[in-house]
Design a protein around this ligand. Structure first.
Ligand code: DQA
Length: 149
């Protein structure tokens, strides 16, 4: 059993209440429950976190260096601003999948650039909260193929 970190950036605590026409009606607690269910089906454990503070996300990435087999991250607005989160992810040597609930490329130009994409092994955008499930499946399959090497 491996440990997958699922990290969420600012304002995602308001998921379900915040601009539901963009982000949908599911809450972050719903997303967490779905992630836990899928991870256990796939034989993995997850550590699920959200913070509005950049340093906390960085600290969780550092923690994942010790015991994480992969990271699924929705950095939210930090996607477009944070070299510090990119630098932290660059210290992590296991799979990283970046998730955005909305299709950031269909939105304002400032959302089109992602610092995190410079490191991510894959990026999912615009598939709603289902994107988290797909990201966990991908991390799990990368963990399995790394184990076979
Ligand atoms: C987001 C997209 C970001 O541009 C935005 O700042 C968010 C959420 C998404 O999941 O679609 O907070 O990462």
């Amino acid at each position: 059993m491996s440990l997958i970190y699922v990290l969420n950036g600012p304002n995602l605590n308001l998921l379900g209440k915040r601009q539901p026409h963009i982000y949908g009606h599911e809450t972050l607690a719903d997303v967490e429950a779905d992630c836990r269910r899928l991870a256990s089906e796939l034989g993995h454990d997850i550590r699920f976190h959200q913070s509005n503070r950049e340093y906390e996300i960085i600290d969780w990435i550092h923690e994942a260096r010790e015991d994480g087999a992969g990271i699924v991250i929705n950095p939210a607005a930090f996607t477009h601003t944070s070299v510090a989160i990119l630098d932290a992810l660059n210290t992590f040597e296991q799979p990283v999948i970046e998730v955005h609930i909305s299709n950031v490329h269909k939105r304002e130009a400032f959302r089109h650039h992602s610092f995190v994409s410079h490191r991510a092994d894959g990026v999912i955008a615009g598939l709603g909260t289902e994107g988290y499930q797909l990201a966990i499946r991908r991390v799990a399959s990368l963990i399995t193929s790394a184990g076979k090497k």
